[in-house]
Write a protein that binds this ligand. Structure first.
Ligand SMILES: [Zn+2]
Length: 136
């Protein structure tokens, strides 16, 4: 279980731009890279449409998720987690918590479009814990 989620400033710029472009609809992306004991390093970001076009919920096309997983696998990358934005604080919503249970070990990176703050979370044994976000 990683304690640190590492992204580059360029990746953060891409995510912030996507959140701004889609505002107030929640923007979403899949994060792939290398998962080690301590650190999850993001190498590839796949922007995916929020098929609900909602400001309070997001959903991604399952076929697109499947294809992205296959493509990342071909590149030797592992699935790290999901990014999405909130036109609200960055804490996981009740809906997020429900889905976090379904996504297993996935790291959830949430950006608040209101103040541009970001936080990462992971659900471990039914409990949400915070993961440090490292930008370099
Ligand atoms: Zn959310």
């Amino acid at each position: 279980m990683p304690k640190i989620l590492q992204l580059t400033t360029e990746q953060i710029r891409i995510l912030r731009k996507e959140a701004r472009d889609k505002y107030p609809v929640e923007a979403c992306a899949l994060l792939f890279g290398r998962l080690a004991e301590e650190k999850a390093v993001v190498i590839k970001i796949v922007i995916v449409p929020n098929i609900l076009h909602s400001a309070t919920r997001f959903q991604v096309d399952p076929q697109l998720v499947f294809d992205s997983f296959e493509c990342a696998d071909d590149d030797g990358l592992q699935f790290i987690g999901l990014f999405h934005s909130h036109p609200a604080p960055h804490s996981p919503s009740a809906m997020d918590l429900r889905y976090m249970r379904l996504w297993g070990d996935a790291v959830w990176l949430i950006l608040s479009s209101t103040d541009d703050s970001m936080a990462a979370f992971q659900m471990v044994k039914g409990k949400v814990r915070r993961i440090r976000v490292n930008i370099e």
